[in-house]
Design a protein around this ligand. Structure first.
Ligand code: NAP
Length: 305
């Protein structure tokens, strides 16, 4: 086991479904950890394990050489790091953001899923303070976060990536440097297109199985073992069959990610018709009041009750 004195101080901002277990791995690996969460109560389990509680993103940055963020969407991230007024988070507009406290040479590592353009904007702003920024979104779900088996796709400076790698290895198994700033988020957009289309395929295929009177679980077992298998079929279909719609990954977040993917494609002059269809399905699910349910709730747009 490494000693705490030999390891650099680390901060983690955003302790939701993903952030809390990811920060926990750093703490248990011996990194001195300072945490901040907008809703304070979610930070308490980590504080009970030995993390220090900060009262702002700025205070986390002042205390840390590596500063992780894991929040919801692009405006939230800009608010937390740059302190720009955002309707979603006016609480970070009074010089209490990461940029107000971060020291030259530090590395800010974002694990949220946001727009590639936002990652580039933040990287440029932090570079002016001689601070590195890595966009490092993840995939593998809540389970991957808890078990430290995430895939992490990283954009930004190669040397900063090498410095951050030992920390990322505490949270994930497959970790790749994808190129310059924004490339991590662009890779994640591609991941989210694949995941969403698999989910819609699952909902639609099993609508037919249901209408035809097939045994749903037997059907799942046989098709999941062949060429049509997917992570969604293996992990989320059983939950949908059981009527368990608790979130690992919230439907509202999947909807956000499809918006990000479509906007990124449009900026490159590309139309993605199947992704537009999947976005319409997830928007419908959100409009049905299911934004905080897990993505497996997509079956509600297709299945009979
Ligand atoms: P979550 O449980 O809803 O957590 C969101 C976190 O962001 C909470 O700590 C929340 O604080 C914080 N937050 C949101 N807006 C904020 C703001 N304006 N200022 C400060 N803090 C703010 O979501 P999650 O599932 O952990 O997802 C976090 C990110 O990871 C998202 O970008 C998501 O797309 C991505 N992701 C999720 C999964 C998954 O399976 N869940 C997988 C891969 C990637 P409060 O506690 O105060 O609300």
């Amino acid at each position: 086991m490494p000693t705490t004195t030999s390891l650099p101080p680390v901060g983690y901002i955003g302790l939701g479904i993903m952030g809390r277990p990811m920060a926990g791995h750093l703490l248990r690996a011996g990194y001195p950890l300072t945490v901040y969460n907008r809703t304070r109560a979610k930070a308490e389990p980590l504080v009970a394990e030995g993390a220090k509680l900060a009262d702002s993103p700025k205070a986390v940055a002042e205390a840390s050489e590596f500063i992780f963020t894991n929040v919801t969407d692009s405006p939230d991230l800009e608010s937390v790091i740059l302190g720009e007024p955002a309707a979603a988070a006016a609480h970070c507009s009074h010089k209490s953001a990461v940029i107000d406290g971060v020291r030259p040479g530090s590395i800010v590592i974002d694990n949220s899923t946001v727009a590639p353009a936002t990652a580039k904007k933040i990287a440029d702003a932090l570079a002016k303070k001689d601070v590195f920024f890595l966009d490092a979104p993840v995939t593998g779900g809540e389970k991957g976060a808890i078990e430290a088996t995430l895939a992490i796709m990283v954009g930004g400076d190669e040397n900063a990536f090498q410095r951050a790698l030992p920390l990322l290895q505490k949270m994930g198994k497959t970790i790749l440097h994808m190129g310059p700033s924004g490339n991590g988020q662009m890779t994640k957009a591609i991941n989210q297109i694949l995941g969403a289309l698999h989910l819609v395929a699952m909902a639609e295929a099993f609508a037919l199985a249901q209408a035809a009177g097939l045994d749903l679980e037997k059907t799942r077992q046989i098709v999941a073992s062949g060429a049509a298998g997917s992570w969604m079929l293996s992990n989320l279909a059983p939950r949908a069959f059981a009527g368990d719609f608790r979130p690992g990954f919230k439907a509202g977040l999947q909807n956000k990610d499809l918006r990000i993917a479509l906007e990124a494609a449009a900026e490159l002059g590309l139309d993605l018709p199947a992704t537009r269809l999947a976005r319409a399905d997830f928007q419908r699910l959100v409009d049905m009041g299911c934004a905080d349910e897990g993505t497996q709730a997509i079956v509600k747009t297709r299945w009979k009750r």
